[in-house]
Design a protein around this ligand. Structure first.
Ligand code: ZN
Length: 313
């Protein structure tokens, strides 16, 4: 079993607590090196999330501070390697190390194309145009009622992201922004940590039409373990995660499902999936549900790898 996690807020742990150590198991957080190994994680996306009090004016400053902390982490952790291109993915997998993809969650820091290009040079390979708010690029899902979409600068940024091979992540976008991304991006977009609206009607989740549009372009949806995005009762277990996997498989096929998790960005989890070290419980539950080994590997890692091979190689 190997895993590829499309969205985690682990970098913020360093700013939330000076007790947090990546090298040791920390019970108050969901991800660290020992538990990444236990969860057989081969590649993890590390999101740069700028706290609301720093937005928008201090977004770039905070982004630089978080990237600096990320580079310190890379230097301190021999087993962790930055992924910049597909060759890095292959090397990391063959050496049994853990690959780190740097992403931005809410691109207030991308004030123009120069910022985008510099962030790309620093290793950023995936961007969510917004978190929940509106910014200079697009409306986030918190602006749903305003019905705004991607701005003219946002369109230029999408075009440049396509050119630089920075993956466009539509999680947290308002629906109008989502459809603008589908329209203006030549390359497929992904939703790194979103679930199905039909199963759990929450504005952060994707409607059937949105999931179909992502899949038609070759993208995939990374399942989010946040209980409030899994069901309406509040109490969740592994089966709730499987319900969303089942649903996407039925709607668009098994090639368009991945794991987002949102670990270290969510305060509670389904029982049995309390931290990244417990991922094998999901693997086992899928096997018991009749999923083949191949189908499980596709969801856990292959769909992400195939996507990167196609668009980065
Ligand atoms: Zn998020």
């Amino acid at each position: 079993m190997q895993s590829f996690l499309g969205h985690t807020d682990t970098l913020l742990n360093f700013f939330k607590s000076n007790q947090y150590s990546f090298q040791k198991e920390n019970k108050s957080f969901q991800i660290d090196l020992p538990r990444l190994k236990k969860g057989m994680v081969s590649i993890q996306v590390f999101a740069i999330y700028v706290e609301e009090e720093n937005k928008p004016d201090l977004a770039l400053k905070r982004t630089i501070q978080i990237i600096d902390r990320f580079y310190q982490l890379l230097e301190q952790t021999e087993q962790l390697e930055l992924i910049r291109e597909y060759a890095d993915v292959e090397r990391v997998l063959s050496q049994g190390k853990i690959g780190a993809i740097l992403s931005i969650e809410g691109a207030e820091a991308v004030f123009d194309l120069s910022a985008l290009r510099i962030l790309h040079r620093l290793g950023v390979r995936m961007i969510q145009l917004t978190w929940n708010q509106r910014n200079q690029l697009a409306d986030g899902v918190g602006e749903l009622a305003a019905n705004g979409g991607v701005t003219l600068l946002g369109r230029e940024v999408i075009k440049e992201m396509n050119k630089l091979d920075i993956i466009i992540d539509v999680s947290h976008l308002a629906p109008t922004s989502f459809w603008d991304v589908i329209k203006f991006s030549e390359k497929p977009a992904i939703a790194s940590h979103s679930n199905c609206y039909t199963i759990c009607p929450h504005p952060r989740n994707l409607t059937d039409q949105q999931i179909i549009a992502l899949a038609e372009k070759g993208g995939h949806v990374g399942i989010n373990f946040a209980p409030f995005l899994l069901n309406k009762n509040g109490k969740t277990e592994i089966n709730d995660v499987i319900n969303h996997i089942d649903y996407i498989r039925g709607l668009v096929g098994k090639r368009h499902i991945s794991l987002g998790t949102d670990y270290d960005g969510i305060s509670s989890t389904p029982s049995g999936l309390e931290d990244v070290g417990k991922l094998s419980n999901l693997h086992r539950a899928l096997t018991q549900k009749g999923y083949s080994h191949q189908d499980i590997e596709d969801v856990f890692i292959n769909n992400w790898l195939n996507f990167l091979k196609k668009w980065w190689d």
